[in-house]
Design a protein around this ligand. Structure first.
Ligand SMILES: Cc1cc2nc3c(=O)[nH]c(=O)nc-3n(C[C@H](O)[C@H](O)[C@H](O)COP(=O)(O)OP(=O)(O)OC[C@H]3O[C@@H](n4cnc5c(N)ncnc54)[C@H](O)[C@@H]3O)c2cc1C
Length: 361
C-alpha cells in the first residue's frame, strides 16, 4: 500500500499533524502502540498566553493563540466531539509590586488583548490574595483524552490506524521513500514524544531535555472554582466536579513512578494558594518531551531525507502543535522554508555534529 506519510505516534503531536496533513489532501497512516509512556495522556491540556513565575507572554504567543482558537473548534466539528474549553485564568498577585506592574502593563498593546480585568473580591476567604488579582483571557484547556479518543476512533473508522509498535530496525529505505511492513510511504514522520529522546536511533542525538511532571486530582468538598486559578501551581476545574492540581518539574528522575516528594510539593503549593479543604483522589505522572532551548524540534533527518520529526513540544503541546503542524505541512508540501528557531538544523550547527554520527543507527 502506497501513502504520502506514515506518522509514528498518536499523542497531541501525531494527532494534530496527521489531521493537518489529511486536511491538506495527503494520504496518511498513523502507527501508535497505545503505550503508557504518552505525556499527552497525563497532560492537563491548559493553554494560557501568560505563564511562568514571572508572568510573561508565551513565546510566539500571538500567532499561536490566534491559530489555536481556530484550529481546535474546527477539529471538534470534524470529530463531532466537544473537548476545547475556554476558561479565564485567575492569577492572584503575590506582592504589591506585581499588582502595580500589571496595572500598568495590562494596557500595553502586547498584553492588552489577554487581560480581562482586575479583581479584589474573587474567592474571598478561600484564595490567598491580599493584593487582589487579574484574569487572563483567551485561555482554557483541551480535554486531551477526549480529543485523542475521538480522533483515534476516526482513524479506525477510516482504516488509517495501525495499533502496533514500530521497531526502528524494521524501517526499509527505498530509492524514494520508506517501507515498513506492508506500507510504502514517501515520508515517515516521528511524533513519538520522549521515545525520540530515549530510544529512537534516528533522532536521539537531538538535545532533548525530558522533564518529568506530576499532577494530582482533588476534590474540594466546600467550594467550587469556575476559573483556572494559577499561582505557584494551577487548579483546573474538570467536568465531573473534581480538580486537577499541577504540575511539578523534575529533570533528574525519569521513572514513570509517582513520588511522595512531588505530592508533598504540590500540597504545599496548593495550601499556599487556597485555604479550602481538599481530598486527594489520584496522582499521575508523565515525561514532557522538552528541548535544550525550549523550542520544538521540526525537520527532516540530514542523512535520511525520507524521515522527519515533529516533536519537542515540551510543557506546551496544546498551544504549540496547531500552528507548527500547519507550518510543517507547508514546508513538506509547498517547499516553504522551515523557521530557523524550530528547525533541527540548529542543533547540528550548535554542537557541530558530523554526518558520520548522524548516519550511525
Ligand atoms: C504532568 C504534565 C502536565 C502537562 N500539562 C500540560 C498542559 O497543561 N498543557 C500543555 O499544553 N501541555 C502539558 N503537558 C505537556 C504535554 O503533555 C506534551 O507537550 C505533549 O503531550 C507531547 O505530545 P507528543 O505527542 O509529542 O508526545 P506523547 O504524548 O508522548 O505521544 C507519543 C505517542 O507515540 C507513541 N509511540 C512512541 N514511540 C512509538 C513507536 N515506536 N511505535 C508506536 N508508537 C509509538 C506513544 O505511545 C505515544 O502514544 C504536560 C505534561 C505533563 C507530563
Amino acid at each position: 500500500m502506497k501513502i504520502d506519510f506514515l506518522i509514528v505516534g498518536q499523542g497531541i503531536a501525531g494527532t494534530v499533524l496527521s489531521y493537518t496533513l489529511r486536511r491538506a489532501g495527503c494520504t496518511v497512516k498513523v502507527v501508535d502502540n497505545g503505550g503508557t509512556q504518552s505525556a499527552s495522556k497525563v497532560a492537563a491540556g491548559i493553554f494560557n498566553p501568560i505563564t511562568g513565575r514571572k508572568l510573561v507572554k508565551t513565546w510566539y504567543g500571538d500567532p499561536l493563540f490566534k491559530y489555536l482558537h481556530e484550529f481546535y473548534p474546527e477539529l471538534e466539528q470534524f470529530l463531532n466531539t466537544r473537548f476545547f474549553h475556554q476558561r479565564d485564568v485567575y492569577v492572584p498577585f503575590d506582592s504589591q509590586e506585581k499588582q502595580n506592574t500589571w496595572t500598568v502593563q495590562a494596557s500595553e498593546p502586547e498584553y492588552e488583548p489577554y487581560i480581562k480585568g482586575f479583581y479584589h473580591n474573587l474567592y474571598t476567604n478561600t484564595v490567598n490574595a491580599p493584593f487582589g488579582g487579574m484574569c487572563i483571557t483567551k485561555a482554557g484547556y483541551a480535554d486531551i483524552p477526549t480529543m485523542l479518543d475521538a480522533y483515534r476512533l476516526n482513524l479506525k473508522e477510516n482504516d488509517l490506524l495501525i495499533e502496533k509498535e514500530l521497531h526502528h530496525e524494521e524501517i526499509r529505505h527505498l530509492a524514494k521513500g520508506i517501507a515498513w511492513q506492508e506500507i510504502e510511504a514517501d515520508q515517515l514522520i516521528f511524533c513519538d514524544g520522549t521515545q525520540s529522546a530515549f530510544a529512537n536511533p534516528y533522532f536521539k542525538w537531538l538535545e532533548f531535555r525530558p522533564v518529568k511532571g506530576e499532577v494530582l486530582t482533588v476534590k474540594f468538598p466546600d467550594i467550587s472554582f469556575e476559573h483556572i486559578v494559577n499561582r505557584g501551581c494551577w487548579i483546573l476545574p474538570q467536568k465531573d466536579g473534581t480538580y486537577r492540581v499541577g504540575a511539578t518539574y523534575d529533570n533528574h528522575d525519569m521513572s514513570l513512578e509517582t513520588t511522595e516528594a512531588a505530592k508533598k510539593k504540590l500540597q504545599e503549593k496548593l495550601e499556599a494558594l487556597t485555604s479550602a479543604k481538599y481530598e486527594i483522589l489520584e496522582q499521575k505522572t508523565g515525561i514532557r518531551p522538552a528541548t535544550y532551548d525550549r523550542r520544538p524540534f521540526l525537520g527532516i533527518h540530514p542523512v535520511y531525507k525520507q524521515i522527519g520529526i515533529f516533536n519537542g513540544l515540551g510543557a506546551k503541546g496544546i498551544s504549540l502543535a496547531p500552528y507548527f503542524a500547519q507550518h510543517f505541512c507547508e514546508v513538506l508540501l509547498k517547499d516553504k522554508n522551515l523557521m530557523g528557531l524550530v528547525d533541527i538544523e540548529r542543533v547540528i550547527r550548535r554542537y557541530q555534529i558530523k554526518n558520520e554520527v548522524l548516519a550511525k543507527l
